[in-house]
Design a protein. Structure first.
Length: 270
């Protein structure tokens, strides 16, 4: 990690964002607020990070964007008053309730069918198939040979996905099945910025899907008078694109929690 990009060496840039009149913290969850776990159910948000988020909701707009279902994201983080965007932007939970993007419903059955086919066709110990409704995930973190498992999963799902008109993306030891719709963490971030009329945005994230959010913030920053920073949570498995695209770096999940606590302190003294 380049020390010149570490957030503690660039607190003036962060304070510039916090000085805006409508500030938002929009964050990834897995690998950012919680360490990567062997199974999705085992992942847990660090208590220090959760406490900081609970303090921040009384001060600024706070949202989480996840590849998980919105209800699952809400359960995992457990902070009331936040907005939870699930399935990479295809559904949103707010204090007013859950909202599913209407066009996604046309693909729910096709996703379930493909996941059932993949589970039956793949003779791999350790894979976990997760049907999230709007999207699906095939996790291979627990396989003995992850690279061989990754290729086997791709070989199994590519043709049926194409036939069903579904998209395939890859993350950290996971293959994802999605509707062929223009939704990702970048469009989700832009939607939150627009809906809440944000003028300052901070976004921590750790995976390839977060790069879409990074680029959306950077494009918004360049095209408007908005102030935004993309913060890459850098760990041993972090894809190179995260470190390269991020404006600033965080040294893993514990450093994300430290960053959130620092934000609380800064906003209290502003």
């Amino acid at each position: 990690m380049k020390q010149t990009k570490h957030w503690r060496q660039n607190t003036d840039r962060i304070r510039s964002v916090l000085s805006r009149d409508r500030v938002g913290l929009i964050t990834d969850i897995d690998g950012t607020l919680s360490s990567i776990a062997p199974t999705p159910e085992a992942a847990q948000v660090l208590p220090a990070g959760r406490d900081a988020l609970a303090a921040l909701v009384d001060r600024i707009f706070v949202a989480a964007i996840s590849g998980r279902a919105a209800e699952d994201a809400r359960r995992m983080v457990g902070v009331e008053g936040m907005t939870y965007v699930g399935n990479h932007g295809m559904e949103r939970w707010t204090p007013a309730g859950l909202k599913l993007t209407p066009e996604v419903e046309d693909y729910v059955d096709a996703i379930s069918d493909l996941l059932r086919y993949a589970e039956a066709a793949l003779d791999l110990a350790g894979i976990i198939v997760e049907d999230k409704g709007s999207t699906g995930s095939i996790h291979y973190r627990q396989c003995d040979d992850p690279e061989t498992a990754r290729q086997a999963i791709l070989d199994a799902v590519r043709t049926p996905a194409d036939c069903a008109g579904l998209g395939i993306t890859q993350g950290r030891r996971v293959i994802e099945v999605r509707p062929p719709l223009a939704y990702d963490k970048g469009t989700a971030v832009q939607s939150l910025i627009d809906d809440h009329r944000l003028t300052g945005v901070l976004y921590p994230g750790d995976d390839t899907t977060d790069v879409d959010a990074f680029r959306a913030i950077q494009a918004w920053r360049a095209e408007t008078d908005g102030a935004g920073l993309a913060l890459g949570a850098i760990g041993p498995e972090t894809p190179d694109a995260v470190a390269k695209t991020a404006d600033l770096h965080l040294a893993g999940v514990e450093d994300v929690a430290a960053f959130l606590r620092w934000l609380v302190g800064e906003l209290d003294t502003a």
